[in-house]
Design a protein around this ligand. Structure first.
Ligand code: KG4
Ligand code: ZN
Length: 359
């Protein structure tokens, strides 16, 4: 009898519709369809996201199955992200996942999205050793998580306002760069001088491992206002023409803003890793695709003798493979979800839970 474990992983928490097939911890396919419908609005419109997921879900799953060359009857379990995320979007993936699992007669496994980001570091070898510290930086979250063991987490630091990715997206919008902002700032910053403008670094002395990114966003806004530069593409204010930002200055603003975010992320992560005495550091979430963060973390980890883990770019931003990775591990523990599990109330990382240890 074939003893291999084959998981279909589904991710629909925000604006990426994704499905992946994983067999015994090897990714056979990982299809990600990004929704460009949001571009014209400068950000994700939840209702449009749900509708796009609805349209893309079946074609994306079909393609993931075709590419993997796995016939449907060889799927051992279906895993889907069940929070945190946009409710309407999550419901599409969760309901498709449950229905598909039910139809195939296999278990359904609900997966926490933040947990999946952490486990994106386990898709490829080498993998971090426990305990390790994970900096999870996405569009909705910025967390420093002490991962003591499989499915055993402690959040040691979080943002008190904007998430790092949110700051990238809001500043990009302000600069008239459109959505998604993070990758656009990253690209433009490559041509700029990170020391050109001295944007503040908020280290929050009273909250050693906490973050705050709303101040930096305001600093960029004040910088643009003080210099009468165009904000959010507007070319005049109260009838007074605003100065367009030329290419070289745009690159400098992007590089300087990015450096202020990266310095804080790297500084706090290294500080926490020393404080908690771990040897391994991992980075995850959409912002871990950022080239300056990857370079900054690599240099700092090397200097301070930590082993560093950052997923391949395709596993940093939302993807089905990371959902399948957690699904695989939960399957091995017999940790399945009932078919009436909801997409509500899974917003928090299951901190120090026994999830995955039951049965
Ligand atoms: O994890 P993710 O794909 O979705 C959420 O769970 O939120 O993260 C998306 C976030 C967005 O804010 C996006 O701007 C940011 O990740 N991001 C980046 C880069 N690629 C994606 N931020 C900075 N540099 C990048 N290269
Ligand atoms: Zn995410």
């Amino acid at each position: 009898m074939d003893k291999s474990v084959t998981i279909l992983g589904i991710e629909t928490s925000c604006d990426e519709t994704s499905a992946a097939v994983m067999r015994d911890n090897v990714v056979l396919s990982n299809i990600v369809s990004s929704q460009y419908v949001h571009e014209q609005y400068g950000g994700v419109v939840p209702e449009l996201a749900s509708r796009a997921h609805q349209k893309l879900m079946i074609p994306v799953v079909r393609e993931a199955l075709q590419r993997s060359e796995v016939p449907q009857n060889e799927i051992t379990a279906v895993a889907a992200a069940y929070g945190p995320g946009l409710m309407g979007s999550l419901l599409v993936g969760v309901n498709f996942g449950k229905t598909f699992a039910f139809g195939l007669g296999v278990p359904f496994i609900g997966v926490n999205h933040m947990e999946a980001h952490i486990y994106s570091n386990f898709i490829d070898e080498p993998r971090p050793n426990f305990p390790f510290l994970c900096l999870t930086v996405s569009g909705g979250h910025t967390q420093l998580v002490l991962v003591q063991d499989d499915f055993d987490y402690e959040i040691v630091g979080e943002t008190r306002d904007d998430a790092a990715g949110e700051a990238f997206d809001k500043v990009a919008k302000m600069l008239g760069l459109g959505y998604p902002g993070g990758p656009r700032i990253d690209k433009l910053a490559k041509q700029g001088n990170p020391k050109a403008i001295d944007f503040p670094r908020s280290f929050l002395n009273e909250d050693r491992f906490g973050f705050s990114f709303s101040g930096i966003k305001t600093s960029v806004l004040y910088y643009l206002r003080d210099h009468h530069f165009q904000i959010a593409g507007k070319s005049s204010h109260d009838g007074i023409p605003l100065v367009p930002i030329n290419e070289a200055l745009m690159a400098d603003i992007c590089a300087s803003f990015q450096a202020s975010i990266v310095d804080v992320l790297v500084g706090k992560t290294i500080d926490a890793a020393k404080h908690f005495g771990v040897k391994d550091i991992a980075v995850a979430g959409g912002v871990s695709a950022n080239s300056a963060l990857r370079a900054g973390m690599t240099n700092a980890a090397m200097k301070e003798n930590f082993r560093l883990f950052i997923p391949q770019i395709k596993y940093c931003t939302d993807n089905g493979a990371m959902i399948a990775e957690v699904g695989f591990r939960k399957f091995l523990r017999g940790s399945f979800s009932p078919f009436n599990v909801s997409a509500v109330a899974n917003a928090d990382l299951p901190v120090r839970s026994n999830e995955g240890r039951t049965l």
